[in-house]
Design a protein. Structure first.
Length: 221
């Protein structure tokens, strides 16, 4: 059984709110149009549709592609909500598809969910480590952002050698979204190993942006 895309999309369209759509689009700097559906409402609509396919042990990539083809941002959120629900069925063969999503309609909101998904996969597949090291040097900064933040919230499971290499690969950057990601990564790990983060900042302070240092030092200064 596949998701009843026609019925789901019909309910989503019926839930649109023009006033909210303007505000949501403005919040995202006008990069995407919105239907104006708040996250709790969107997830409530999708709940039964996702429940109907919870027992299927494969990812419906056709459904995801249909969501990604829509202009309104809520559809991409629906696709990502679905992937989060089905993340235990993701495998290495799905990485190219996740990469396509990362490179299409890219912005921090979708990227920050994709890095969580890929990060969870990294705990199951060691091959992800080499891929993240590769992505950390990619010319596309969204892929680099995924690499930088894919270990967020891992705590003691953090691969510090990998984290070190990825961060060093992204020193001396001017891109806001990279420097912010570095700061978040350091800040997150500082809750587990504050001395490691403190020593990293001291050693590489001339390659780290003020933003990265400020974010990374939040809990250790």
């Amino acid at each position: 059984m596949l998701i009843d895309t026609r019925e789901l999309f019909k309910e989503i369209q019926n839930a649109s709110d023009l006033d909210k759509s303007r505000k949501m689009s403005a919040y995202m700097k006008g990069h995407f149009p919105f239907l104006g559906i708040p996250t709790p409402n969107r997830r409530k609509i999708c709940k039964q549709f996702f429940s109907d396919v919870r027992h299927i042990k494969t990812i419906d990539w056709c459904f995801i592609d249909k969501c990604w083809d829509h202009a309104e941002r809520e559809y991409q959120y629906i696709a990502l909500d679905y992937l989060v629900k089905k993340k235990c069925y993701l495998n290495l063969h799905d990485i190219p598809k996740l990469q396509v999503l990362a490179l299409s309609k890219s912005w921090w909101d979708t990227i920050d969910t994709l890095d969580q998904l890929i990060g969870d996969m990294g705990l199951m597949y060691l091959e992800i480590d080499d891929l993240m090291l590769e992505w950390s040097m990619d010319e596309n900064f969204w892929l680099r952002r995924i690499a930088i933040n894919h270990q967020l919230l891992r705590k003691e499971k953090t691969n510090t050698n990998l984290l070190h290499s990825i961060l060093v690969n992204n020193l001396n950057q001017k891109e806001f979204f990279i420097n912010k990601a570095i700061g978040w990564s350091l800040r997150s790990y500082s809750k587990t190993e504050p001395n490691w983060v403190r020593n990293f900042i001291v050693e590489y302070k001339y390659g780290l942006s003020p933003l990265s240092i400020r974010e990374g030092s939040k809990y250790i200064s």
